[in-house]
Design a protein around this ligand. Sequence first.
Ligand SMILES: Cc1cc2nc3c(=O)[nH]c(=O)nc-3n(C[C@H](O)[C@H](O)[C@H](O)COP(=O)(O)OP(=O)(O)OC[C@H]3O[C@@H](n4cnc5c(N)ncnc54)[C@H](O)[C@@H]3O)c2cc1C
Length: 401
Amino acid sequence: MSGKSAEVVVVGGGPAGLTAAIALAGAGVETALVAKPLGAPDNRTTALLASSVTALDTLGVWPLCRDDAAPLRVMRIIDDTARLLRAPEVHFAASEIGLDAFGHNIENRFLLAALDTRARALSTLTVIEDTAQAVAIEDNRVVIALAHGAPLSARLAIGADGRRSLCRQAAGIATDGRSYQQTALTFNLSHQRPHHDSSTEFHTASGPFTLVPLPGLRSSLVLVADPAEAVRIAALAEAELAAEIERRSHSILGRLEPEPGRGTFPLAIETARRFAVARVALVGEAAHLLPPIGAQGLNLGLRDAAAIGELVVEARRNGGDVGAADLADRYDRARRTDVTGRALAVDLLNRSLLSDFLPMQGARGLSLFLMERIGPLRRAVMREGVQPTTAQPRLMRGEAL
Ligand SMILES: Cc1cc2nc3c(=O)[nH]c(=O)nc-3n(C[C@H](O)[C@H](O)[C@H](O)COP(=O)(O)OP(=O)(O)OC[C@H]3O[C@@H](n4cnc5c(N)ncnc54)[C@H](O)[C@@H]3O)c2cc1C
């Protein structure tokens, strides 16, 4: 990086921003990452699909955290709605599509630590611990004003600054979306019985309740409920909480012991109307916010990072301007179908659970019934989940940029 300029500046040091910065710097692009100092530790975990793991491996990140991750070999969906039209239990096994695992589940703190270590080892990447205060878009560059340091200019700014993105706002990009009357409660727990590398999603009338394996006799939990109920459960004393979760999970993991740290996340869905304009591209939650159903959010964010990395490296090789409007158009087109398709599927699944409308419940039950009974359909759904046909950036295929 020369003086206070870089070719690309990434704003936001969450998992999507760190991955974008590593992808670019690893391919020789002079990159600056503006990252706020880390806040309180995050107790959430992320289920990374196999293609995301491949990308992190290709970037040299996965070897730094793979021992902290648990494989996801089986996924079960259980209809726990007690409604008239209930679906059969659906069982997906990675071995059915020739995979060892659908992906891996990892605590965010381990993933972030591995990303941070890799980022700091790259000589083409400058990490600036600061806060972006303003983003000025000019014809040939973008200038980021920082809270403490001197302004920083670049050809392209990648906005990885989360759901209240300053970069998105500065680029004048609106979003479409809405809030759900639901809150996700998350925490990790240890248990008496082994999980056998299997995640279990109970579909209840207030939203899904999912147990996802962690290494050893531990799992992470995401319980989606109406906001008052989520707050009530989050406030329970440890023994009461253990009993409540054991009851809701039908004791499949035996006696439970919740670990300290409970997080609550009000659910919303939001998609940016453009994922990029000249000089600014959005990745991760700055571009799309999804409820934590079906483990889509960060997997999409990593595909954003891989896609923008690929386009920037290609433009550079061809002597082009990495912040030009045509690159922004290509990035928007490359990400649109993947993001809107996943957002629609998650929204439909969630609404079909909440709905009291019998035909809606019937349609959900029928889809799950067909998936359980028809092997080729089930396998097609599994393959599409692990490796989306509409979005296969090079990194997700194990190819360096
Ligand atoms: C309960 C729950 C469970 C989930 N489970 C999964 C899962 O299993 N699989 C999955 O794929 N996804 C999952 N997700 C979604 C996933 O957690 C998010 O998609 C992901 O954390 C978003 O990462 P990000 O880097 O885009 O944003 P963030 O993690 O929000 O990072 C944004 C960063 O930008 C920084 N920032 C903001 N403004 C500025 C500024 N002005 N200057 C400098 N820095 C700034 C912030 O401090 C932050 O560090 C889950 C989400 C929830 C709520």
